[in-house]
Ligand binder design. Structure first.
Ligand code: PLP
Length: 401
């Protein structure tokens, strides 16, 4: 019997304590239960596990290495900093790990089309990539404003052969893209597969996306142990919806000696409503997108406007498992501001020659703040969730480089 306090989560209804579940119309419940059943079947199958393992190795390039950032550690004059290099994956971030899993599951279920929304285009590109490789049609909904802003990702999606639906209603950003993609999905949930891009949404997505991302922590834990004959003191990752963080944390949840720290964006300041995206730090329990979780709401109780310099982190909700892990105190949630994140982005680039995604740079920023307060025999492991090619032009313009 497992002695793990966390391995059995969520329960059969998809709850992590009071969070998670399925807060959805009855018409969708059947579709979600079908996905759960198919997922539980496929995960037990040896042929599926073998195919996924092979693709993660030969297509994604796993295992991603752990790099000891010696110069950065020395410069900060405290703890040793190590980076789990998810930025080296095919397509440049952790998202390919669960997009591959979702595309394989959609094919196994005989679905005719995979549908998703995308904000900055990162989820769209990872999903279009996985669907091209698996050979299943893919349709991505994206707000017109984002289509104009995120041109390189839009071009990539077109090259990869997915159908791009430009959404012009309302503010024409992520929220409208979600609504539009969801409407299309509701036209035929039996034949379509809605591929959620993080550990959010109704059960079984928070469980399933976590399981597909858990490879990060499994690799990192054994790589670190092999190299240093011990575990890190602190493991940290940025938190938007929370998929790269939960993927890293899961393997360490039962290691009581390892501190786990999720880093949320405090944007332009936690005291400025609408100008941050620190859901666990400033939000409260509520419901969003079919799940119970911490949410940021305005005075009228509607999801608040959110902001982060990293467009992959500006979400007014957060994964239900993170909500639970905060309440029980197993994970601590801290914040990093836009300015600290920009500084960390430039420092990592210039001291280690690694340009991080602005999302990942939040975790680097927090580690840079804490490292000088620790000693040289202490170790911080950062999940570097993605590379910063997509952010390079923006940062250069903003800093006048
Ligand atoms: C999308 C993205 C994130 C945020 O998503 P999570 O689900 O919170 O991990 C973080 N880092 C990178 C590089 C991303 O592309």
């Amino acid at each position: 019997m497992s002695t793990s306090r966390f391995a059995a989560m969520p329960d059969a209804q998809g709850f992590f304590g009071p969070y998670g579940g399925q807060f959805i119309p009855p018409a969708l419940k059947q579709a979600m239960d079908d996905i759960d059943r198919a997922y539980e079947e496929i995960r037990q199958r040896e042929d599926f596990q073998r195919e996924l393992a092979e693709l993660l190795a030969d297509y994604v390039g796993r295992p991603s290495p752990i790099f000891h950032a010696k110069r950065l550690s020395q410069q900060l004059g405290g703890a040793q900093i190590h980076l789990k290099r998810e930025d080296l994956n095919h397509t440049g971030a952790h998202k390919i790990n669960h997009c591959l899993g979702e595309a394989l599951l959609a094919r196994f279920m005989g679905k005719k089309k995979v549908i998703a929304e995308t904000g900055a285009g990162q989820h769209g590109v990872a999903l279009a990539t996985a669907c091209a490789m698996v050979g299943i049609p893919c349709e991505i909904h994206m707000g017109e404003v984002d289509v104009r802003k995120e041109h390189p990702n839009v071009t990539k999606m077109r090259i990869l052969g997915c159908k791009l639906v430009t959404v012009t209603r309302g503010a024409a950003t992520l929220k409208e893209a979600v609504d539009s993609a969801f409407e299309e999905y509701l036209n035929d949930p039996a034949n379509y597969f809605y591929a959620i891009g993080s550990v959010v949404g109704p059960h079984p997505f928070p469980k399933m996306v976590r399981d597909f991302q858990a490879i990060i922590g499994r690799e990192a834990r054994s790589q670190f142990q092999a190299k240093h004959a011990r575990l890190p003191d602190i493991v940290t990752a940025c938190v938007g919806g929370g998929s790269n963080a939960i993927g890293m944390f899961t393997a360490f949840l039962d290691d009581d000696g390892v501190q786990l720290v999720g880093v949320e964006p405090s944007g332009e300041g936690l005291d400025k409503p609408g100008r941050h995206s620190a859901t666990l730090t400033r939000g409260h329990p509520g419901q969003l997108h079919g799940m119970a979780c911490y949410v940021l709401e305005d005075a009228q109780g509607v999801p608040a406007a959110v902001h982060s310099i990293a467009s992959g982190l500006d979400y007014p909700g957060v994964g239900p498992q993170h909500s639970y892990l905060k309440d029980v105190g197993r994970v601590r949630y801290e914040t990093a501001s836009d300015q600290e994140t920009l500084d960390a982005f430039m420092t990592l680039s210039r001291v280690e020659g690694i340009i991080p995604a602005l999302e990942s740079a939040h975790a680097v920023a927090w580690a840079m703040r804490i490292a000088p307060t620790l000693t040289a025999d202490q170790h911080i492991l950062i999940n570097l969730s993605g590379r910063g090619d997509k952010d390079a032009d923006y940062v250069a313009e903003r800093l006048g480089l």
